[in-house]
Design a protein around this ligand. Structure first.
Ligand SMILES: [Zn+2]
Length: 104
C-alpha cells in the first residue's frame, strides 16, 4: 500500500491530509511531486491500477473540497490534472490495422 512506502521514520508520509488534500509533509496540493514519484514506483507494473486508485481518491477529494468550500473549490479540470493527467503514459503505440499494413 502506498502509505507504507511513503512513510519514513520521524517524518510524516507524503499522504493527503483530509479534508484539505494537502500533503502532510510539504503542504503542497496532494499528490505532491514526491507522492507522485512514490506512487509511480509502487505501481510501476500496474499503471492502470494506479489510475483507478487515483480516480477514487479524486472523487473523495472533490467531495471533501466542494463540501469544505462550495464556491471556491478547484474546478473539475484542475482536479483531473492534479490527480489523473500526470499518470498518463507518454507512449501510446498506435492501434494496428490489418488492412493498412497489407498491400505495400
Ligand atoms: Zn509531499
Amino acid at each position: 500500500m502506498f502509505t507504507e512506502r511513503a512513510a519514513r521514520p520521524g517524518r510524516p508520509p507524503h499522504t493527503p491530509l483530509r479534508p484539505t488534500w494537502c500533503c502532510r509533509t510539504d503542504g503542497q496540493p496532494w499528490p505532491c511531486g514526491k507522492a507522485r514519484l512514490l506512487l509511480r514506483a509502487e505501481y510501476e507494473d500496474d499503471l492502470t491500477g494506479l489510475s483507478v486508485y487515483l480516480a477514487g481518491l479524486m472523487y473523495e477529494a472533490m467531495r471533501d473540497l466542494y463540501h469544505l468550500n462550495p464556491h471556491d473549490a478547484p474546478a473539475p479540470p484542475v482536479l483531473y490534472s492534479r490527480f489523473l493527467a500526470w499518470n498518463r503514459t507518454r507512449h501510446h503505440p498506435p492501434p494496428t490495422c490489418r488492412s493498412c499494413s497489407r498491400g505495400s
